[in-house]
Design a protein around this ligand. Structure first.
Ligand code: SAM
Length: 254
């Protein structure tokens, strides 16, 4: 996979790309990430990339010329890969979006700054818009890195354990089960006995039930879309019937 990132602050990316899973994925040539400084594509003496907004008001707007020049200069006049603008106005990033984008052989990411980019960039250059959440950051660099991380860890060979991503929260629509490591007892708090029983089938069932419980109490909205077996459904029915007894926030109406 190839990812071209267009930004005014390429230096923000480097340390993260040189760390852990992303670093390994780049070294193994699972992904090639090219950083492009939009400022390098300005033609004026002062390398200006922003200007005041038409109609007045505060803040600066990223000018269209250097952005078009950078993206078309790198990808050609008609880019044949998705050109993704990171913006709080885009479709919300979730795990299925990450899977969808990880299947692309090539992506271009555009990180905004200031009040954002001139609208003509969005209308005539960008083909997709992604938000990493309903809040506003100062720039699109962190959102681009969030998107890159979410995508790259899904590429085959990126994770040490190839099955690692399968149980992750949101991979199958559930939140993941709780994890424990050594010591078996810490400050009197013990690891659930079943996890050291050596009975793989019981451990798998316990983990599945924990994932169902977590999702039911923390994110019940996810259950509508989750892939559930008959056994899962029966377990959830049992919890639903026991809800008043188990969930301290339940309103018993008395
Ligand atoms: N004025 C813009 C608006 O209200 O939609 C927000 C501009 S924001 C201060 C500057 C840049 O940060 C945006 O152009 C975008 O690239 C990035 N950004 C901020 N929050 C984001 C989010 N939640 N998701 C993706 N990108 C974001």
């Amino acid at each position: 996979m190839r990812i071209d990132v267009f930004t005014l602050f390429p230096q923000v990316f480097q340390p993260y790309l040189e760390t852990s899973i992303l670093h390994r994925a780049i070294k193994r040539q699972l992904v090639e990430i090219n950083l492009h400084n939009i400022r390098d594509w300005t033609t004026d003496r002062h390398h200006v990339t922003d200007d005041v907004p038409y109609g007045g008001g505060g803040g600066m707007i990223m000018k269209p010329e250097p952005i078009f020049a950078a993206i078309e200069g790198v990808l050609g006049p008609k880019p044949n890969c998705p050109v993704v603008l990171l913006t709080p106005q885009g479709r919300l990033l979730d795990q299925s979006t990450a899977y969808e984008l990880s299947a692309q052989p090539q992506l271009a990411l555009l990180s905004g700054r200031y009040e954002g980019v001139d609208e003509r960039v969005r209308q005539h250059l960008v083909s997709d818009e992604i938000s990493i959440g309903d809040y506003v950051l100062s720039g699109g660099e962190l959102p681009s890195l969030v998107l890159i991380d979410a995508i790259v860890r899904l590429l085959p060979g990126a994770l040490g354990d190839p099955k690692g991503a399968l149980d992750d929260s949101h991979a199958s629509g559930l939140l993941e089960y709780p994890h424990y490591t050594r010591p078996a007892e810490f400050r009197g708090w013990e690891v659930p006995e079943i996890l050291s029983s050596g009975d793989h089938a019981r451990v798998a069932r316990w983990r599945r039930e924990q994932a169902l419980l977590r999702t039911y109490f923390r994110r019940p909205d996810l259950l509508d879309m989750a892939e559930l077996s008959e056994e899962d459904r029966k377990f959830l029915e049992k919890i639903t019937q026991d809800e008043a007894a188990q969930d301290p926030t339940a309103d018993r109406g008395d």
